[in-house]
Design a protein around this ligand. Sequence first.
Ligand code: CMC
Length: 392
Amino acid sequence: ADVFTFDPGFTSTASCESAITFIDGDKGELLHRGYPIDQLAAKSHYLEVCYLLLYGELPTAQQLEDFTNRVTNHTMLHEQMTHFFRGFRRDAHPMAIVCGVVGAMSAFYHDSTDVNDPWQREVASIRMIAKLPTITAWAYKYSVGQPFVYPDNTLDYASNFLRMCFAVPAEEYVVDPILARAMDRIFTLHADHEQNASTSTVRLAGSSGANPFACIAAGVACLWGPAHGGANEAALNMLREVGSVDRIPEFIARAKDKDDPFRLMGFGHRVYKNFDPRAKVMKESADEVLALLGVENNPTLQVAKELEKIALEDPYFVDRKLYPNVDFYSGIILDAMGFPTSMFTPIFALSRTVGWISQWKEMIADEKQKIGRPRQLYTGATHRDYINVENR
Ligand code: CMC
């Protein structure tokens, strides 16, 4: 009989070879193509990191300009796409809309995505990186009943996104450079994270040769869950539910109680068992944004700071190496910027698109890659004979 290794949750299985992202969970190290995430977050910017992830090297000035122009050229959505948005219920979660619209792109570019053709893979990749901000912003606009704002290609990637989210025809909208920088940093810090659940989903979907837009939609669907990308929304909802510092002990007790399914959202990580290097940068960014917006004294933030302090000292969390993760702080920044919690995970999806695509491209180009097909340990009934319904 076949013998399989039982590895639920894939905690010890390498599903592929990859040269894109390296994580050392014990050291709290995250490298993209060898470059540490803290250097990239401080000195680089999102589109440059996109180039690095996609092509393996930092671009020259000329290469960066060409790449930026190519992305910028594709920011518009086909006008018919507006019907997709309008087809959703007004109260649809923006993540549902993003998932649906990204999937629908497979119908718009159906005949131009031969995955065996490197040029077509390239065009599909650029299209997705360019269009995700527009899709995400429009999902938001639709949810608040405001007119869609078309992309402004004179703006940088992050500023354009903020404008598409927050501009209204009646008023002039000027993007604050500090907020644009913080937005760009959120994109950069979420750009890739090796074989996490959604990336593995994209690879698995793509391993059958499926349309790339459909594969990315599968990634969006997987990211939505609260144990993954949905944690940023869940973290902020939790902070609000706690509401005030005096209620923290009650929630800490619940998090420790093994009979209570409640967990401290935004804490813990499968791989980082020391600290999350993204969380460190995100915390600095949170301080910067909050100082600018003058909301240092908001109750949610006070709860966040206190919760962080208690969790870092409490033996339950210390022993299990449960530290605040990137989603803990990104939620606070996005909240301060004026995004509703329902937009947090779509923004994560937008940011992660480049990672999904880079991994998908790497997989398709890898000759050793086979269709992903896990096996199982069967626990059901052994062979038995069918009994006619009248005899049961
Ligand atoms: N609050 C309370 N206890 C926790 C938490 C938490 N947030 N996370 C883990 N634990 C406990 C868990 O109960 C277990 O305890 P014991 O050993 O006594 O049974 C121990 O810590 C190990 O947990 P695990 O579930 O085996 O760890 P995992 O590696 O499977 O889970 C995780 C990782 C991120 C799913 C989990 O820590 C969690 O649910 N965190 C909250 C959700 C969250 O913030 N997710 C975002 C992850 S970062 C962004 C991303 O990658 O998408």
